[in-house]
Design a protein around this ligand. Structure first.
Ligand code: ATP
Length: 506
C-alpha cells in the first residue's frame, strides 16, 4: 500500500503552564486533503495544541511529525512556516499594505537591491491565480472583505509550502454569504490535497465542512471519528462528559418565568436615537422582564447601536433614558451610573486588562463598592470573584490568576462577570457567546435571561440564532434600519432572510 503519510501526526503531547496541565498526552492525526475538526469545551486545550503544532510553544513531551518527517527544531520559524500555518480570528495582515506587499512581506526579493513593484505585483497575481483567489493585488488589505483577507492569508501560507492550515473560528466575523464563499474555497483547496484543522464552537459548521472530528476534554484526547458516524448529541456528550440535556425553552413564559408586563413603564427607552452613517433615528422600549434582540450583521448598525447605549459612541441625535432618567450621550461612566451594563464583542480591545487577575478584571466596574471610603478590600474582591467563577463556570486556577492565562472562552466569561458586577438595570450584550463552548453558551444566555427575569431589561445584539432564541422580541436591522419585528416563536428562515435584507415586513 502506497499511502501518503499524514499531513500531521502528534502523539503523547504534554504541555504544562505552571501548575496547569493544558495538554495531557494528547494525539491528533490529520490526513492529506482532510478537513479535520478539533472541538472541546473552553479550556480543553485546543489553542495550546495549535501553539505546539505551529512551533509557538515547545511541548514538554511527545512527538509531532509533518508528512512523515519529524517537526523542525524549536525556533526555526522558516521551517515551521513551510509545514503549517494558522489563520487566526485576529488578522495577521498589515492593513495599510497592499495585498501584494502582504503576500511577500519579509521576503521582497531574493537578491535584488531594490524592490520592483511591477514584479511584485505580477508575482502576487500569479500566486493568487494558482489558488483561484480573485483579489486585486493592489488593493489595500484594509479594504478587503473578511473572507478575502482569509484567502490572502491562506495563499501566503501555501506559498511557503505549507500543506496544512489551521483555521481558528474562521467564521466568527463572516455573514452567511462570506461563510459560503470561505467553505467553497476550502473545498477547492482540499481537492488539491491541502489539509485543514478546523477549530470551532459551531457544531453545525463542523458537520457541513469536516470529514473527521477529534474531541479533547480537560486536556485529554477523548475520541476521533468520521463526522458521518457521530451524532451531534454524542459529540456534545463527548465534549462535556455528560449526556446532553434537550434544547432549552428560552423566552419568557417558556420556562415558567412571567411574560414581560406590557403595561409597565419601560426600563430602557430611546427616542430618535441615531448615529450618522450607522443607524437611522430609532425609538425603542424595553420593559421590565424583557429581553430584546437586535438582529443583524455588524454592518446593519446594531453593534454601533449597542456601543451608543453603552456610552462608547456619541449619538448624532435623540435620547436614551433608563427608568425615565436621561443618560448623557458618549460617556461610559454616565452609562454605568445610569445602570447600563455592557458586554462588548471584542474582549481584547474593550474588555479586559490581560495582565491583571480574574478578580480584578471581574470587579473593574465595582471597585467603589468593595470597601469603605473608596478603598478596595482584597478579601471582598476575591469573594466576589469566587462567586462569579462558580456561577459562570470559569475555568481558572483561582481569582488571582492573570486573565492572560485563561483560554479565549473563559476570558469572555470574565467580561460577562464584569458587566453583571454592578447589577445593571439594563444589560446590553453584543454577540455574548462568541468563542464560548456549547454548554457555557446555555448558561451564559441563562444569565442574561435571569437579569431580565429579576425585573430588568436586556438587549442582545447578534446575528446568531442561538443568542436570539432567548429574546422575547426581535427587531431585524438592515443597513441601519429596522426592517422587521418578530415575536418569540419566530421562524428561523424568516429571521435570517430579514437580516440579509431579503423581503421587508413590519
Ligand atoms: N499562557 C498560559 N499561561 C497559563 N495557562 C495557560 C496559558 N495558555 C493556556 N493556559 C491554560 O491551558 C488550558 C488550555 O487552554 P486553551 O487555550 O488551550 O483552551 P481552548 O480549548 O483553546 O479553549 P477556548 O475554547 O476557550 O479557546 C486552560 O486551562 C488555560 O487556562
Amino acid at each position: 500500500m502506497d499511502q501518503a503519510p499524514p499531513a500531521v501526526q502528534a502523539e503523547g503531547v504534554v504541555k504544562r503552564f505552571g501548575p496547569t496541565v493544558a495538554l495531557d498526552g494528547v494525539r491528533l492525526t490529520v490526513q492529506p486533503g482532510e478537513s479535520h475538526a478539533l472541538v472541546g469545551r473552553n479550556g480543553a486545550g485546543k489553542s495550546t495544541l495549535v501553539s505546539v503544532l505551529t512551533g509557538l510553544h515547545k511541548a514538554d513531551a511527545g512527538t509531532v511529525a509533518f508528512g512523515g518527517e519529524p517537526a523542525p527544531a524549536f525556533g526555526d520559524t522558516a521551517a515551521w512556516q513551510s509545514r503549517i500555518a494558522c489563520v487566526y480570528q485576529k488578522s495577521m495582515v498589515v492593513p495599510d499594505l497592499t495585498v501584494a506587499e502582504n503576500l511577500f512581506l519579509n521576503r521582497f526579493d531574493d537578491n535584488a537591491r531594490w524592490i520592483s513593484w511591477g514584479r511584485l505585483r505580477r508575482r502576487a497575481e500569479r500566486l493568487l491565480a494558482d489558488y483561484g483567489v480573485q483579489v486585486d493585488p493592489s488593493t489595500r488589505a484594509r479594504d478587503l472583505a473578511v473572507e478575502q483577507r482569509q484567502f490572502v492569508e491562506i495563499a501566503r501560507a501555501l506559498s511557503f509550502g505549507a500543506r496544512l492550515i489551521v483555521l481558528d473560528e474562521p467564521t466568527a466575523q463572516l455573514d452567511a454569504r462570506g461563510i459560503g464563499r470561505l467553505f467553497g474555497k476550502l473545498r477547492e483547496l482540499q481537492a488539491q490535497g491541502v489539509a485543514f484543522l478546523f477549530i470551532s464552537h459551531h457544531l453545525q459548521e463542523v458537520y457541513e465542512l469536516c470529514t473527521a472530528v477529534t474531541v479533547y476534554r480537560d486536556a485529554r484526547h477523548v475520541l476521533t471519528a468520521p463526522v458521518a458516524d457521530i451524532a451531534k448529541a454524542e459529540l456534545v456528550a463527548a465534549m462535556t462528559g455528560e449526556q446532553s440535556a434537550g434544547a432549552t425553552a428560552w423566552h419568557a413564559g417558556g420556562d415558567g418565568a412571567a411574560a414581560p408586563d406590557e403595561s409597565a413603564e419601560p426600563v430602557l427607552r430611546t427616542e430618535g436615537l441615531t448615529v450618522q452613517g450607522q443607524f437611522e433615528p430609532l425609538d425603542l422600549e424595553v420593559r421590565p422582564g424583557e429581553v430584546l434582540g437586535l438582529a443583524g450583521s455588524a454592518a446593519s448598525g446594531n453593534t454601533a447601536l449597542g456601543e451608543t447605549l453603552a456610552g462608547m459612541r456619541k449619538a448624532g441625535g435623540g435620547t436614551v433614558r433608563v427608568h425615565g432618567r436621561a443618560v448623557r450621550s458618549g460617556s461610559v461612566p454616565h452609562a454605568l451610573d445610569a445602570g447600563i451594563g455592557y458586554i462588548p464583542e471584542d474582549r481584547h480591545d474593550q474588555g479586559l486588562v490581560l495582565e491583571r487577575s480574574v478578580a480584578e478584571n471581574a470587579t473593574l466596574t465595582v471597585t467603589d463598592q468593595l470597601g469603605p471610603w473608596g478603598t478596595v478590600l482584597p478579601s471582598r474582591t476575591r469573594e466576589f470573584a469566587r462567586s462569579v467563577i462558580a456561577s459562570l463556570d470559569i475555568k481558572t486556577q483561582g481569582p488571582e490568576q492573570p486573565v492572560s492565562g485563561l483560554s479565549g472562552g473563559n476570558q469572555q466569561k470574565v467580561v460577562v462577570a464584569r458587566a453583571l458586577a454592578r447589577e445593571p438595570s439594563v444589560l446590553v450584550a453584543v454577540r455574548p457567546t462568541a468563542g464560548v463552548d456549547i454548554k457555557s453558551k446555555d448558561s451564559l444566555l441563562g444569565v442574561v435571561r435571569r437579569v431580565a427575569d429579576e425585573g430588568n431589561a436586556a438587549v442582545i445584539i447578534s446575528d446568531e440564532l442561538d443568542d436570539l432564541r432567548v429574546c422575547d422580541r426581535v427587531l431585524a436591522l438592515f443597513h441601519g434600519r429596522v426592517v422587521a419585528t418578530f415575536a418569540s416563536g419566530w421562524n428561523d428562515g424568516e429571521l435570517v432572510a430579514a437580516m440579509e435584507g431579503v423581503g421587508e415586513r413590519e
